[in-house]
Design a protein around this ligand. Structure first.
Ligand SMILES: [Zn+2]
Length: 293
């Protein structure tokens, strides 16, 4: 007989696999270009638990041609656990024989995101909570507003006395920037939203064996190309780092066996890949800049 824990492990694993492959999982949303109005909602775990956000991160494993080979959860940045995909990528980088491979593997590294329940107040359905997906830098700006109001004894997440936020998104791709400020006037929120909060613990539970295997074999294939590929001609530019998991134009749901080739063709960010000459270090520096704005 399996222990209840073993059985639950199996159940969770299979549920995550089915949801990933069917594409039924709720979509996350990012702030729309220009100014948009949001209300961050309290935590989904109930009143006694203050947790109102969840870290989330994925690996976008791409071939040297930039096409997506696998998308899979980074368990290190999502749960703080040892991540086999991170390990495989780092191992691949240390053994890689060309810059082309190293760049492709660097792009497969995960970047942190933060998920929140929020109302898009000037969106299509302002009373339905959505999963708002932010860079850590943007989230930090929300935390700063929370702190400022907290010092005055105001909890901006409070349904009645809380504060609406205005997020201003400017620029595109690598140059996307977000600013966050409190709205001049805020309205109370109908407590009925609490029943519609997304369970973010459940949402991030996207760990499943088939997905991990697929990601690891994609990393191995990209790394293996280093050995098989002919030497890169020096006058040919190496594949620039495409920060697709940072870019707001990339569709989030790319999981599943059939999804892999299509998004690459449809993605407008492919042109960015050809024109943006940015290394991973540039991106890191830029992300750092953004967070310091
Ligand atoms: Zn990872």
């Amino acid at each position: 007989m399996p222990t209840p824990r073993e059985l639950m492990e199996l159940v969770r694993n299979k549920k995550a696999a089915i949801q990933a492959q069917s594409g039924r999982r709720a979509n996350t949303v990012k702030p729309t270009p220009g100014k948009s109005k949001w209300r961050i909602l309290p935590g989904w775990r109930g009143e006694s638990d203050p947790q109102f956000y969840h870290d989330f991160s994925q690996h976008f494993v791409k071939g040297v041609d930039g096409s997506i080979k696998a998308v899979y959860l980074c368990v290190e940045k999502t749960f703080g656990k040892m991540c086999p995909v991170c390990e495989a990528i780092n191992g691949g980088i240390s053994k890689a024989g060309s810059d082309e491979i190293i760049n492709a593997l660097k792009e497969a590294k995960s970047k942190g995101r933060v998920l929140l329940n929020a109302l898009h107040l000037d969106g299509e359905d302002p009373s339905a909570p959505v999963i708002l997906d932010l860079t850590p830098g943007t989230f930090e700006k929300i935390l700063e507003v929370m702190e400022q109001y907290g010092d005055e004894g105001i909890n901006i997440l409070d349904l009645k006395e809380g504060v609406d936020l205005v997020i201003n998104r400017t620029g595109k791709g690598l140059n996307t920037e977000y600013s966050v400020m409190a709205a001049v006037k805020s309205n109370p929120v109908d407590p009925a939203v609490l029943k519609k909060l997304h369970n973010l613990d459940e949402y991030v539970q996207q760990e499943y064996k088939e997905g991990e295997t697929k990601a690891l074999s994609a990393v191995a294939t990209v790394s293996g190309l280093a050995l098989a590929a002919p030497a890169v001609s020096p006058d040919k530019p190496t594949t620039p780092a495409l920060p697709s998991d940072f870019d707001d134009d990339l569709p989030f749901e790319l999981d599943g066996a059939t999804a892999a080739p299509a998004p690459a063709a449809a993605r407008p960010t492919v042109t960015v890949a050809a024109t943006v000459e940015a290394s991973e270090d540039d991106l890191e520096a830029l992300l750092g800049d953004l967070e310091n704005v």
